[in-house]
Structures are given as C-alpha cells and as structure tokens.
Design a binder for this molecule. Structure first.
Ligand SMILES: [Fe+2]
Length: 208
C-alpha cells in the first residue's frame, strides 16, 4: 500500500488512535467586504437565520489588531456559514489558476431534485446566475452560483442514498492515485499524463 495511505489514519481496519469523529460542521468562515449585502443574500435569498454576531478590535486566536464584525448564518441542522468584515482590507488577490475558482466552493444540501429546481427558479428570480442542474455520476445532483463575495456555492441533493458511504472504493481510489503519482515521479514520467491514464481506466470500468 502507498506510504501516504499507510501512514494516515483512514483505514477502517486500523485501530482508532484518536478520540472520535467531529459531530458536524460548525462553521466555515470567509472574508466579506460588504456584510450588509452578504446578510441580505444569506438571510433573504438563501433563507438562513442570523445565528450570532461578534465584534472585536483584536483577533482572540492570534492577537492581531484587526477590528472586525463577525456574523454567522444558520441552516436547518444548526451548521453555519460565517463572515468577517474588517475595515480597510484590500481586495483579495487573484487566483494563480482558474481551477481554484472552479474547485473551491461550499455545497449545501437541499431536500430532493424537485426542491433543487425550485431553488434554481428562486435564485434566478432574485437575479442570480445559476449553472445546472448537473448530475455527478448518479451520486449527487447540483446547481452552482456565486454569493455577493464571489464565493462559489453549490446546492445539492443526493441521488444515491449511500453517496457518502463508498468508503472501500474511495480507499482503493486514493491508493491508486497516490501510487500513480509516486510511480510517475520515481520513473521521471509526466505526472499529468499518468494521472489522466488512471482517470480513464477508472471511468471505463466504473461508468461505462
Ligand atoms: Fe461540490
């Protein structure tokens, strides 16, 4: 088995070395330059409740003297999305590659496919550009859009009820990916070509 996989703590056969698994997503946090527009979007358009706010002149975790307004928006299960507005912050630097802006996103779950379509219509009625629905290999179905901060958001619903229980297959995929990278690196081969070969092999056997 690949060393990276072997050394990690992800094998179901490996004895637990930790105290358990975190219970739920408490929050993710981003910077906003317009907390008013952000609050309007998450409360009025996405239907979340304003859960909490914190204001301070210093960051408790680091002691940095960044004055801020911190706000949390709550979803049905109690998980939240949070923002910080800090006066005087320059605009965020551009990503070094467009892939960062495609891959990095926050996905929120809705009830079912019909609900997803209702959300698409509601978002469009509110002037939001929506991509999809997109079927992800019969596992989940999703629509994509951006919040006022440019954060890519996804609304998604599982099509496969076991979509987040494919652990054995996932461990195999992880091992093959890491091994392919190592072999390409050790053999001085083109990494991207090697990984594209692996992707094609897996797609042929799994999705043909
Ligand atoms: Fe996603």
């Amino acid at each position: 088995m690949n060393q990276a996989v072997q050394e990690s703590n992800i094998s179901p056969s490996r004895p637990a070395l930790h105290s358990g698994t975190p219970a739920m997503l408490n929050h993710v946090a981003w910077v906003t330059h317009d907390v008013g527009a952000t609050a309007d979007f998450y409360i009025r358009v996405l239907g979340m409740e304003l859960a909490s706010t914190i204001l301070d002149e210093n960051v408790p975790s680091t002691g940095d003297s960044f004055p801020y307004f911190h706000i949390f928006f709550r979803m049905k299960d109690g998980s939240t999305i949070a923002f910080f507005e800090c006066p005087g912050l320059p605009e965020r630097a551009q990503a070094s590659h467009p892939a960062y802006e495609v891959f990095e996103h926050i996905a929120l779950q809705v009830d079912d496919s019909a609900d997803l379509l209702r959300w698409k219509a509601w978002l469009e009625d509110n002037g939001v550009d929506v991509l999809g629905p997109v079927d992800h290999k019969g596992i989940i179905e999703s629509i994509y859009f951006h919040d006022p901060n440019g954060i890519r958001l996804e609304l998604t619903t599982p099509i496969d009820p076991l979509w987040n229980r494919h652990t054995s297959r996932g461990l195999e995929d992880l091992e093959r990916w890491c091994d392919t990278k190592k072999q390409a690196q050790d053999g001085g081969k083109d990494m991207t070509q090697a990984l594209k070969g692996l992707i094609r092999d897996i797609r042929r056997s799994r999705y043909a």
